[in-house]
Design a protein around this ligand. Sequence first.
Ligand code: ZN
Ligand code: FE
Length: 274
Amino acid sequence: MTLSRPESSHILTPLPAFSDNYLWFLQNDQQALVVDPGDAQPVLAFLSEHPALQLGAILITHHHPDHVGGVAELVARTGAQVFGPALEKMPIPVEPLVGQQHINVLGLDFKVIDVPGHTAGHIAYFCENAQINGVAAPLLFCGDTLFSGGCGRLFEGTPAQMLASLDSLAQLPADTRVCAAHEYTLSNLRFALAVETDNAALQKYNLACQTLRAQSMPTLPSSIGQELAINPFLRSREISVIQAVQQHFPQRKTNEWNETTVFAHLREWKNNFQ
Ligand code: ZN
Ligand code: FE
């Protein structure tokens, strides 16, 4: 009989910040990383409750203040190594990353994926082999690109860029845990239900998320498989979504519709959705 060596396991915790941000905090026995710390306070509070933990790394997805605002203070207090997008202006020095690069943090390999759209140089971090909270499944930190039931607003990129970025995330394994940076799920699902009223998976997921939020529990992480079933921005080539968009913008000519214009109008519909 051979004794099996215990798998090295990590613990993943969403630290709430501001009104609806999550600072994703990943740790093993001694070391931790945090993603997009827009505020240092929740991270410092967590570290003071876990004095054996050392903050080894900070992963940044894009330059917005609610994602980088706490980085300088955390670096000053912990000396953590900072990684961030090479193509964006950062408030402090970072180790610059572009798509296809790999970094090793906490003994985990993260692949960088370029996901322009919300901002011009937005990146995501994907770990294929992660054993987290006792469960083996891939892990994705996607900032403000993919949310549960939605996607980020297009502040700097084009609809075609965002569609391509979401396509690259949609190709990840179905069990990939999607760690988005905001708890926007319920309002996203109200819009999703306006687009796909008859989507049974969406109706069921909406009820489950309402139950979680009623108990102040996070709806995240979601999974790529879940999002493929319910997120209209990953479903913009489905006939149900195309028809809903066309009905919402009846003044458009038939020959103006293609996958990019459907996606662009879906995003515009969401921007004005109350
Ligand atoms: Zn943002
Ligand atoms: Fe944000």
